[in-house]
Design a protein around this ligand. Structure first.
Ligand SMILES: Nc1ncnc2c1ncn2[C@@H]1O[C@H](COP(=O)(O)OP(=O)(O)O)[C@@H](O)[C@H]1O
Ligand SMILES: [Mg+2]
Length: 167
């Protein structure tokens, strides 16, 4: 597997990581988000939506499984599949029809990995035990993934903006 880690020191920094990844993804791309309650999955998606000026509309998809966000540039589909019993339930809501229509951000998507396309970005958010504002974002893809280059770009954009102290 190919992995990059990015450390987030604040909610604002997590917004920035999400927003920056959004500039690098396009229709048909998929990111899976995993991390315990309060780790920052929704905060990350909020940053992602900032890139499309859609951040004010964010709500948790816990009760509807999927929330749709439409901008003139892209459609964003934000899923939370935690409560689905199995992949059949994902088919039942027409889940796989969303893959081609926009960018899919799927909380707990590894639970339905058998219905996902093989190539997607797995984002694991790990909370620090010592610092309540610290999160480690682990981005993982296969070695032959089309996302390897995208993750390299993400890392270099984030690090160069750190050095110039811009937000
Ligand atoms: N570095 C950080 N990144 C993201 N959230 C953070 C960070 N530090 C503190 N927080 C707080 O943690 C909480 C994350 O909540 P949320 O994004 O809803 O998590 P989840 O969707 O994973 O349950 C928010 O209250 C946020 O302010
Ligand atoms: Mg959430």
């Amino acid at each position: 597997m190919y992995k990059i880690n990015i450390k987030s020191t604040s909610p604002e920094y997590t917004l920035k990581i999400g927003k920056t990844l959004a500039t690098l993804l396009n229709k048909g791309d998929i990111a899976v988000l995993t991390g315990e309650l309060g780790s920052g999955k929704t905060k990350f998606v909020e940053g992602f939506l900032q890139n499309y000026n859609l951040q004010n509309e964010i709500s948790s998809p816990t009760f509807n499984i999927v929330n749709e966000y439409v901008s003139d540039k892209n459609n964003i589909y934000h899923f939370d599949v935690y409560r689905l019993a199995d992949s059949d339930e994902f088919y039942a809501i027409g889940g796989e029809e969303y893959f081609e229509k926009g960018i899919c951000l799927i909380e707990w998507g590894e639970m339905i990995s058998d219905v996902l396309p093989k190539d997607y970005i797995h984002i694991k958010i790990v909370k620090s035990l010592e610092d309540e504002n610290l999160r480690i974002f682990e981005f993982e893809v296969t070695e032959d993934s089309k996302y390897v280059k995208i993750l390299d770009k993400l890392k270099s954009i984030i690090h160069s903006s750190n050095n110039s102290r811009s937000v």
